[in-house]
Design a protein around this ligand. Structure first.
Ligand code: NAD
Length: 514
């Protein structure tokens, strides 16, 4: 390990009002248009910036999950939502867009209170994206195309798409409203009803979000919410016989479990799972932009994002300078109060997660990696010393086989590797069990063209940090997922196709039993 790490930026002092928003004392499930009584087991909810408990969650047991699924089933069969004319459903989706946008600040504060992502980021990026998800699907369903086949002589076949039924939507904690809203918007846009289960760590903003959808006029039972742990509430939901399909975002091991439970009843699943994405910087790149993007790629969202560029592969002839400048900039990142606009990196989401992330410093050491910066808990001072802060961390790995290059750390922790040739870079990038996204930095067109064909990942971003084109499919190769999200991908998942075949004139039918 290198003891000569660059000097650190001063940490952000705690603001005077560390908790400007109060969470409701008890977060309850929301079923059939009303809050449940919340008699289940109580789980604490923490503010990651101080470690203070800010509320409690009432866990839904199997009986409460059953009520939620039945409410969704009734709404599917009887509320008229499934058969609503497209224009009317579009109008409702646009109202949902408006109400989420109008409450972006409130939702961002609640989200910050149990997640610790910088408030500015939540308000400007996550909540705007959440609102946009409803507008996107409102527009998509108005433009969807049909299929007609008339090649077979004397017949015409057309394909209609019908909603599947009741969807279980299971969300992770790292971007609760931004990610869950995509699932909710897609499921209901195509006429389904749903039961949403947030992560037990981050129930606050999604509970308010579901209330807001109802305040905007969404019929009761179309969107239901159950709170609780994965093994209790989540598993009861996935296994419920009246759930028709499952959309899950979370860790790869959980995805494996969910697919096996859903598979017993042959329920279709989409799984958006983990990643260990390569960010490849060729010497032919615009180096300044690539450096800015490498920092954003690993440190935004407090380092907790599936699509983080967490393995940074740099061509040898520019590596020393690039890596030194990255470490210097990382050390200057302002760590502190997530409610302050000056903060660049907030706390990790939980104490256990911080312990896990810091555990990788020891793992890196054991595998012979060199610590470039960070690698320790950060103490911003005052109340924030009880928070789950980690200083921005970077290591230089001895090889791609090091565990910090193979395991998803899911924190502000970059692992650097260097390469001498194009082939070496692509081989290293692909040598992983994951395949969510890849980043390529080069101004050399043949390199870009070849790399975008040869990288094994669901998305390749060239000369840009992460950017989501919702019309295009998003999802992972290999252990990063099954299925895709996006306009047509969601249509395929959330609808059943039905082929109707008609003869052009009365057909001659073979006559049996005369
Ligand atoms: P997690 O797998 O621990 O939990 C995700 C959700 O699944 C939670 O709501 C949890 O309660 C629930 N769950 C857990 N066990 C369950 C079970 N047996 N049955 C039903 N539900 C169960 O993941 P996390 O820690 O919340 O999120 C971090 C992970 O999510 C990372 O691996 C990250 O890469 C991944 N992620 C992927 C994407 C993507 O689009 N590919 C996006 C964000 C996060």
């Amino acid at each position: 390990m290198d003891a000569s790490a660059p000097p650190r930026a001063p940490l952000q002092a705690p603001s005077r009002a560390v908790l400007p928003t109060l969470a409701p004392p008890l977060t309850r499930s929301f079923v059939g248009g009303a809050a449940e009584r919340g008699e289940g087991m109580r789980l604490p909810v923490f503010y990651p910036a101080t470690g203070a408990q800010v509320g409690e969650l009432a866990e839904a047991d199997a009986a409460e999950v059953d009520r939620a699924v039945q409410a969704a089933r009734r709404a599917f069969l009887r509320s008229g939502w499934a058969s609503l004319p497209t224009e009317r459903r579009q109008e409702m989706l646009l109202k949902l867009h408006d109400i989420v946008l109008a409450h972006a600040d409130e939702l961002a504060r609640l989200e910050c209170l149990n997640l610790g992502i910088v408030l500015r980021e939540l308000r400007e990026r996550h909540m705007k994206r959440a609102a946009y998800n409803f507008r996107f699907f409102a527009e998509f369903i108005g433009q969807a195309k049909g299929e007609v086949y008339d090649q077979m002589a004397g017949y015409r076949s057309f394909v209609v798409r019908e909603p599947v039924g009741v969807a279980a939507l299971i969300a992770p904690w790292n971007a609760p409203v931004a990610l869950a809203s995509m699932k909710v918007a897609a499921a209901i846009a195509f006429g389904n009803t749903c039961v949403l289960k947030p992560s037990e760590q981050t129930p606050l903003a999604l509970a308010r979000f579901v209330e807001l959808l109802h305040e905007a006029g969404l019929p009761d039972g179309v969107v239901n919410l159950v709170n609780g742990r994965g093994a209790v509430t989540g598993e009861a939901l996935v296994a419920h016989p009246d759930i028709d399909l499952v959309s899950f975002t979370g860790g790869t091991e959980t995805g494996r479990r969910i697919m096996s439970v859903a598979g017993r009843r042959l329920k279709p699943c989409t799984l958006e799972l983990g990643g260990k994405s390569a960010n490849i910087v060729f010497a032919s790149a615009d180096i300044e932009r690539a450096l800015d993007a490498a920092l954003v790629g690993i440190f935004s969202n407090n380092g907790q994002q599936c699509l983080a560029g967490s393995r940074i592969l740099v061509e040898k002839r520019i590596a020393d300078d690039f890596i030194a400048r990255f470490a210097e900039r990382a050390a200057r990142i302002r760590v502190g109060d997530p409610m302050s606009d000056a903060t660049e990196l907030g706390p990790l989401a939980s104490a256990a997660h911080r312990a896990r992330v810091l555990g990788f410093v020891e793992t890196a050491r054991a595998d012979g990696a060199k610590l470039l910066t960070g690698g320790e808990a950060a103490m911003p001072g005052g109340d924030l010393d009880g928070g789950y802060f980690v200083s921005p961390t970077a290591v230089l790995a001895p090889s791609n086989a090091a565990r910090v290059c193979q395991d998803e750390i899911f924190g502000p922790f970059a692992a650097f590797l260097t390469f001498g040739s194009y082939d070496e870079a692509i081989a290293m990038a692909n040598d992983t069990r994951f395949g969510l996204v890849s980043y390529v930095w080069s101004d050399h067109m043949p390199t870009i063209e070849r790399a975008s064909r040869e990288l094994h990942s669901g998305v390749v971003w060239v000369n840009t940090p992460m950017v989501r084109e919702l019309r295009a499919p998003f999802g992972g190769y290999k252990e990063s997922g099954v299925g895709r999200e996006g306009g047509e991908a969601c249509q395929a998942f959330y609808t059943e196709s039905k082929t109707v075949t008609l003869p052009a004139s009365p057909v001659a039918v073979r006559r049996l039993g005369l």
